[in-house]
Design a protein around this ligand. Structure first.
Ligand code: ATP
Ligand code: MG
Length: 332
């Protein structure tokens, strides 16, 4: 069963001097029980996708077109209040930098209790019991619910935000860069905890991160965004083990640990594209070693590849295997 279906989503931001085309015709869907990754470099549009589907875009952001169906309901047709109910009841959202945006002058337990009171008619004592239970679920000491954010480490504050998001047992957990800024050991613990909770609550997960290594470890399927467009998508096995898109190949070389290869990371040369116009060419062409004239004159849409659950947006997708081989092994 499809839980979330995003179709042809386009989002722009209006600024004083330009229109930023942040997300361009993005489509993907997440089935029940699936862990889905949204990957891409900084500025590729990951958070914008999440904010658009939750109705939380900043004031200068506009959904130009597209549908976002959750459990069969088009979220874009709901009023702000209706969407907020869906958000709290069914979708848990851990925003980027959530751990830094906890209220410094309210105890962590009160912040979570407040979220519960907004949506459930419960006594203070019941809400406190639930907060203690949530602390336990995320691996925090329930005797610390009266502590303030500054009394916790970064990893613990992130656990608090996870506890808050989980208060109402969601069908879908959306976590935006939940481990960024934490040290590697704490990162692993947080990811393990999210997975444990997701399994226990039988929820689906949308994990947003620039680290494809984290997605390789935790997700079943993913989409790779670049310049607000989907470059490649499908099962982790297809996309990350056998990428057909030069961008994915480059991204993989910057995270060699995915193949457990003992190689140094190689960053993709060049810088991300300018987003001040509708994409009329391949957005990656300036940095792509395989670009041809066609790549400069028409924008490739993601097309389905013969193996199941694999789509790639590249004019040269048919030659991808040879290109990959030649790039990996320049001697032959
Ligand atoms: P990061 O990995 O750094 O979090 P991201 O993939 O989440 O990046 P977004 O935050 O979605 O990227 O931003 C996509 C593009 O939209 C970027 O070019 C960004 O500068 C631009 N953008 C984001 N928010 C706004 C805004 N409020 N006004 C104008 N432009 C914006
Ligand atoms: Mg972001």
């Amino acid at each position: 069963m499809t839980l979330l279906n995003v179709e042809d989503l386009k989002v722009t931001y209006a600024t004083d001097d330009e229109t930023v085309h942040a997300v361009n015709d993005v489509s993907f869907s997440i089935d029940e029980g699936v862990n889905y990754g949204l990957a891409g470099e900084s500025g590729s549009g990951k958070s914008t996708v999440a904010e658009a589907l939750l109705g939380l875009l900043p004031g200068n952001g506009t959904v130009e077109h597209g549908t976002i169906e959750f459990n069969g309901t088009d979220l874009t047709s709901l009023s702000a209040a209706e969407r907020r109910d869906v958000l709290w009841e069914d979708i848990a959202y851990i925003p980027q930098s959530a751990m830094d945006s906890l209220d410094p002058v309210m105890s962590t337990g009160d912040q979570i209790a407040q979220a519960i009171h907004t949506h459930r008619n419960v006594t203070d004592a019941k809400a406190r019991d639930r907060v203690r239970e949530l602390f336990e679920i995320v691996g925090l000491d329930p005797d610390r619910i009266d502590d303030y954010p500054h009394e916790f480490s970064g990893g613990m504050r992130q656990r608090v935000t996870i506890a808050m998001a989980l208060a109402l047992e969601p069908d879908l957990i959306i976590a935006d860069e939940p481990t960024t800024g934490l040290d590697v050991i704490v990162q692993d613990k947080i990811i393990d905890k999210i997975l444990e909770i997701q399994e226990r609550m039988d929820s689906s997960l949308l994990l947003i991160t620039h680290e494809i290594g984290v997605i390789a470890e935790t997700c079943d399927e993913l989409s790779i965004l670049y310049g607000g467009t989907v470059m490649e998508q499908g099962s982790v096995d297809n996309v990350l083990v056998n990428p057909t898109n030069p961008y994915t190949m480059g991204l993989k070389n910057s995270f060699p640990e995915i193949d457990e290869e003992d190689e140094d990371p190689v960053a993709i040369p060049g810088s991300p594209p300018n987003l001040n116009g509708e994409p009329t060419s391949c957005v990656f062409r300036d940095r792509c070693p395989f670009a041809t004239d066609e790549c400069a004159t028409s924008h490739p849409d993601p097309v389905a590849l013969p193996n199941r659950n694999h789509r790639s947006a590249c004019h040269r997708v048919k030659e991808a295997a040879q290109m990959r081989q030649a790039a990996d092994d320049p001697e032959t």
